[in-house]
Design a protein around this ligand. Structure first.
Ligand code: G3H
Ligand code: 13P
Ligand code: ZN
Length: 314
């Protein structure tokens, strides 16, 4: 399947626009019909370019045919600037498979390999992807959090002196960097913790105009945590990256920001609140619709208050 037959675009032009305009494109993780439609609703309401991110485990959960069938059913048009992106592709084969399915962008995550092996692997994927006009993201440095299977894990900050060689030798289109973010909902112990803007500034200097990517960048809205806990949940100590720091990063060549945990929280908050408000309801279509609305609102807040990508669809 060619991604253009699904109305999708690759990320090249959207990143160029984002770098020029000092904003970021949101990459929202999806894993079922509700998350897909909720994210597309937000993109369409806000006229924002959006990247639909699908992890390997989410792809397995939905099944490739179901995902592509849903994308087709969503009737996406090229002018909407929607990309379908493989998040954290763990192997060359995983990236190849995604390209064959109709993804318009892939991430090869070889960040746990040695520098040389990371270059070799990322370069192979870039070659294959570019033959299909598909965009490629690779990662240098490692994030903390669930990527290391614990919370508050050790972060292997990206070394700014490595980035030029890495990009030149791999021919990738965007680079995910580690400057203090981490995956999951437990990113930091207090709100004073700063991302390493000094490292980001050096990377941006060494790679002028080059698209950089921030993973593990959920804001973890405390109002969602409160809603979850008010209606029977029990989540404590969850803290994300504050809006001010994320907005600052968008002005320093971070042109893609990955958000998964916030949408998981929104989904859960929406379901819990709906079921609590209507304890006699046992129609999933009703509480899933409420969840979908909560996810869309969370995406809209992110687009408007963090990414700055509203009305950037031209
Ligand atoms: O960065 C990882 C994403 O949050 C995807 O997580 O593999 O559980 O879908 P997942
Ligand atoms: P969060 O866990 O902060 O949402 O990060 C998501 C992510 O990086 C997906 O690749
Ligand atoms: Zn990630």
């Amino acid at each position: 399947m060619k991604y253009t037959d699904l109305g999708l675009v690759n990320t090249q032009q959207m990143f160029k626009n984002a770098i020029d305009g000092n904003y970021a494109i949101p990459a929202f993780n999806i894993y079922n019909m509700e998350t897909l439609l909720a994210v597309l609703d937000a993109a369409r309401i806000a006229h924002s370019p959006v990247i639909l991110a699908v992890s390997e485990s989410a792809l397995k959960y939905m099944g490739p045919d179901m995902l592509i069938g849903m994308i087709r059913g969503a009737n996406i048009q090229p002018h909407e600037q929607i990309a379908l992106h493989l998040d954290h592709g763990g192997s060359i084969d995983a990236c190849k498979h995604a390209i064959e399915l109709g993804f318009s962008s892939v991430m090869i995550d070889a960040s746990k390999m040695s520098f040389d092996e990371n270059i070799k692997t990322s370069k192979s994927v870039a070659k294959i992807a570019h033959d299909h006009n598909v965009s490629v993201e690779a990662e240098l440095g490692t994030l903390g959090g669930i990527e290391d299977e614990n919370t508050f894990g050790t972060i292997g900050y990206t070394n700014p002196t490595d980035v030029e060689t890495f990009v030149a030798q791999t021919n990738i289109d965007s680079l995910a960097i580690a400057i203090g973010t981490s995956h999951g909902a437990y990113k930091r112990k207090n709100t004073n913790e700063e991302l390493r803007f000094d490292i980001l500034a050096q990377i941006a200097t060494n790679l002028p105009e080059f698209p950089l990517v921030l993973h593990g960048a959920s804001n973890i809205p405390q109002k969602l945590i409160h809603t979850i806990n008010e209606f029977g949940g029990k989540i404590s100590g969850a803290l994300g990256i504050d809006e001010i720091q994320l907005r600052r990063a968008t002005k320093m060549n971070i042109c893609k920001i990955n958000v998964d945990s916030d949408l998981r929280l929104a989904f859960t908050a929406g379901v819990r609140k709906s079921l609590s408000a209507h304890p006699d309801n046992f129609n999933p279509r009703e509480y899933l619709s409420d969840a979908r609305t909560t996810i869309t609102q969370t995406c809209l807040d992110t687009i408007r208050h963090i990414m700055g990508s509203e009305n950037k669809v031209n």
